[in-house]
Ligand binder design. Structure first.
Ligand SMILES: [Zn+2]
Length: 404
């Protein structure tokens, strides 16, 4: 039997409950995947009969989950104008929390993923897991209070963190990366503190999800999101699905060997890409050359001001990143590479050397097939992706909620 065709009943009353839920899930998924759609389109997309779609839509309208908009002027063959159906954005919410090395950001998002509350606090995350988790829970409570939203209407909490996350245990690989967090399970800890069902991901994976759903990678099935922040990480989407690997460690591009005689990396290996091309490495290079302290936050202003030393250091780092990305392009044949993180705002000065190195070192047809661009979501990508993890599951969660 074609899995897209489920047995369909003309009468909702005769439809067995579980089959009705399958139908409801399909309708919700179709509404979630499209900005707006008509009943006729829902019939086509779901493979359900018109009567079943009508009955399921009536349920969603009655539950205030969907809304039918005013006729848009188009007329159907019957002469009646087609109404378009959309999910009602404020019907339910998801919360994202982005835990970086030195900040916590929380966003409360509606069903469309639009943040209706978004704030960040600078804090020394790496050495203070307990305080950071308390602070995150406080920010979440503040968001709900200030927007007057009952926690019952929140589908869940998505958390992303600046360390590799083991799948499915949710244990961090924090050694050398977030020193105080070894053995901490942030997902379980935040679930306990907030009472919300919680999912955990690596920050670059969350960024990839967000840029694909809301940013530069819309409708792209094969892409790499590379995040240039304190470290360098990548989130890979292959065939429309995030690539996690067997234990969740796929995409740790910052630890690909780049300079065999280079520095020892915080991971314990030598000459990793991070040691030569991360914003921290660029700042360290300038500091050693100039003889006075240079912070990562100084880099962008120096580059924007056209400081020759800073621009050259950035371009050399970008070329090295491009060389490593060239290997990924040859291996994965992506359609798009999205560059995010602190340095993404350096624009063409960053993108051009990366692109040049990829064109030079990747297999020619794969190099020609890939576009390289800056992210569109800036430093909000990760938090929106964290909430997006929950929202990706929204059709199933809402189906389950309606069945109760
Ligand atoms: Zn390393």
């Amino acid at each position: 039997m074609n899995p897209n065709e489920i047995r369909d009943e003309e009468s909702a009353i005769d439809t067995p409950l579980n089959l009705r839920e399958v139908g409801r899930l399909r309708v919700l998924q179709a509404l979630f995947d499209t900005d707006s759609t008509s009943r006729s389109e829902l019939v086509q997309i779901t493979g359900l009969s018109r009567a079943t779609v009508s009955s399921l839509v009536a349920d969603l309208l009655a539950a205030d989950l969907a809304e039918e908009s005013e006729p848009d002027g188009q007329t159907r063959p019957t002469g009646r104008p087609a109404q378009s159906l959309t999910l009602r954005a404020p019907a339910a919410y998801a919360i994202g929390a982005d835990i970086g090395h030195q900040h916590v950001r929380v966003a409360l998002c509606d069903l469309n993923g639009a943040p209706i509350w978004n704030d960040a606090v600078v804090t020394d995350v790496d050495r203070a897991p307990g305080e950071t988790l308390d602070l995150t829970a406080d920010l979440i409570q503040r968001a709900l209070r200030e927007r007057n939203i009952d926690q019952e209407r929140v589908l869940g909490l998505g958390v992303d963190i600046a360390a590799p996350v083991r799948v499915p245990s949710g244990v961090l690989e924090a050694h050398g990366i977030m020193p105080g967090w070894v053995g901490v399970q942030p997902g379980a800890e935040l679930q306990r503190r907030t009472g919300l069902p919680t999912q955990l991901a690596n920050d670059a994976n969350a960024g990839a999800l967000a840029e694909r759903r809301y940013g530069a990678g819309r409708n792209v099935e094969d892409m790499i999101y590379i995040r240039l922040s304190a470290g360098i990480g990548a989130g890979i989407i292959s065939g429309g699905q995030p690539l996690h690997g067997s234990g969740g460690l796929a995409g740790e591009i910052g630890h690909i060997r780049s300079a065999p005689d280079g520095r020892v990396c915080r991971c314990g290996n030598r000459g990793c890409l991070e040691t030569v091309a991360s914003p921290v490495a660029i700042a360290r290079l300038l500091e050693n050359s100039w003889g006075y302290p240079v912070a990562v936050s100084d880099l962008l202003p120096l580059i924007k001001a056209g400081d020759r030393g800073a621009v050259h250091a950035l371009q050399d780092a970008a070329e090295e990143i491009g060389r490593v990305l060239a290997n990924l392009v040859t291996m994965l044949n992506p359609e798009l590479i999205v560059v995010g993180g602190d340095l993404a705002r350096a624009g063409e000065r960053l993108i051009e050397p990366i692109t040049r190195a990829i064109r030079r070192y990747a297999l020619a047809p794969a190099a020609e097939a890939v576009q390289i661009t800056s992210g569109q979501l800036g430093d909000h990508a990760e938090v929106l992706g964290a909430a997006g993890m929950v929202l990706a599951d929204a059709p199933r969660l809402l189906t389950a909620a309606l069945a109760r």
